[in-house]
Design a protein around this ligand. Structure first.
Ligand code: ZN
Length: 212
């Protein structure tokens, strides 16, 4: 599956302008697996491009690596985000370059497009075949600047669910114990063949003896 490294490798290297850095803003997290950023256009005033990064495996990676006790551990979640980017990533940018020069099309074909695009680029633009516009490329190249704030939003978004899940497990375990006790109680008077019941009977008689 396409990941951060393969996207960067398969994009045409342009000079990454330092100008971009000032214009990047982290917009937020959708609560599932997609992060949004905006970047100021260098060529047009008052214009912003909207960038989305979808870490397709983030939720599964979080389930595997983070439990209710570590859901507020930002350092851990940062490393889970970095790890999820090595698994699978999908991208989107609202700039003309991404939308109209074939980048959106190539990403969709590559399995790394958030939005569907089945119209191939016009023949005179075919040579490009880049998977990233300069905005997405800039963010992916400099992702470590943003993983802290990304981790904070993931922690916040997932916390309640992780707590609810922990409570559910606890409740289920208690119910299992209660059920087991119930079964033992039922087995006690009749069964002579069941090992469990035998042990219980033995214990009970012992207790009775010591009570005397
Ligand atoms: Zn772009």
């Amino acid at each position: 599956m396409p990941n951060r490294k393969s996207l960067l490798t398969n994009s045409i290297v342009k000079k990454d302008k330092a100008k971009l850095q000032k214009g990047v803003r982290y917009l937020g997290f959708d609560g599932v697996n997609t992060f949004s950023f905006s970047i100021k256009s260098e060529t047009r005033e008052h214009t912003f491009h909207h960038i989305k990064l979808e870490l397709t495996e983030l939720y599964e990676a979080m389930l595997d690596l983070v439990d209710v006790d570590s859901i507020t551990d930002i350092t851990l979640i940062k490393s889970v985000i970095t790890y999820a980017m090595t698994l699978s990533i999908k991208v989107y940018c609202s700039c003309e370059d991404f939308l109209y020069s074939g980048t959106k099309y190539w990403n969709y074909k590559n399995g790394s497009g958030i939005e569907e695009e089945t119209r191939p680029p016009q023949p005179w633009k075919l040579a490009k075949r880049s998977l990233l516009c300069k905005h997405i490329r800039y963010i992916l190249m400099n992702i470590s600047r943003y993983t802290n704030i990304m981790a904070r939003s993931v922690s916040k978004a997932y916390q309640k669910e992780w707590e609810d899940y922990a409570k559910e497990i606890e409740a289920r375990e208690l119910a299992d114990i209660a059920e087991e006790i119930g079964e033992l109680e039922e087995e006690k008077p009749k069964s002579k063949t069941s090992k469990k019941a035998k042990t219980t009977t033995a214990k009970t008689s012992k207790t009775k003896k010591s009570n005397k």
